[in-house]
Ligand binder design. Structure first.
Ligand code: 5GP
Ligand code: MG
Length: 179
């Protein structure tokens, strides 16, 4: 597994420190609100597990699952909803927890779906990584862990063809693995 990694982009310690900072910021912003954290499966599961424990206000959690990539490294443009919310979020403060914001297709789909069909009191986005250069659809994240250049990364929940999610750090995949 590790021989496929070209370089480490963020170490376990760097990820831990930034996730704690995000947690502190969200704790401040969501005092006296009715927070529900929505994890976008599968890539955000590791980030969600760490972030939720860094948030010190009452928070419910839920999960959604979408698929857009198949085994490639860029979006096919159509998002498929595999698992919808299981909780009634009407009147609640939804914060979507996402691993990476790339073209914006996935998050704009989720944002429009949740706002239109679920009527939350507020809707926010917390993404661990943002690749603004790649944006094709207008999406403004409220919290960003790291802004990164246009490279395909894996680890800390992020996969390539369902592999590398269990790497504890984030690395750039060797291009020969996917080309
Ligand atoms: P978007 O719809 O914004 O183009 O893509 C969002 C989704 O694409 C993310 O949730 C993630 O699953 C996947 N993605 C985008 N960039 C990367 C990347 O660099 N590495 C991995 N592993 N997945 C990515
Ligand atoms: Mg993925």
């Amino acid at each position: 597994m590790e021989q496929d990694i070209q370089s480490v982009l963020y170490s376990e310690a760097q990820l831990r420190e930034r996730v704690q900072e995000l947690g502190r910021q969200i704790t401040e912003d969501y005092r006296d609100r009715d927070l529900i954290l929505v994890c976008v499966l599968k890539g955000s599961c590791v980030f969600m597990a760490d972030l939720m424990r860094a948030i010190r206000v009452n928070a419910a959690i839920d999960f959604m699952c979408v698929s857009s990539y198949g085994a490639g490294t860029s979006t096919r443009g159509a998002v498929q909803l595999i698992k919808d919310l299981g909780t009634d979020v009407a009147g609640k403060d939804v914060l979507l927890v996402e691993d990476i914001l790339d073209s914006g297709v996935t998050l704009s789909f989720l944002r429009d779906h949740i706002i239109r069909s679920r009527g939350p009191a507020s809707f926010g986005i917390c993404t661990l990584f943002d690749k603004p250069e790649r944006r094709r659809v207008d999406v403004q994240p409220d919290y960003v862990g790291f802004v990164i250049p246009d490279a395909f990364i894996v680890g800390y929940g992020l996969d390539y063809a369902e592999r590398y999610r269990n790497l504890p750090y984030v690395g750039i995949l060797k291009p020969e693995v996917y080309s």
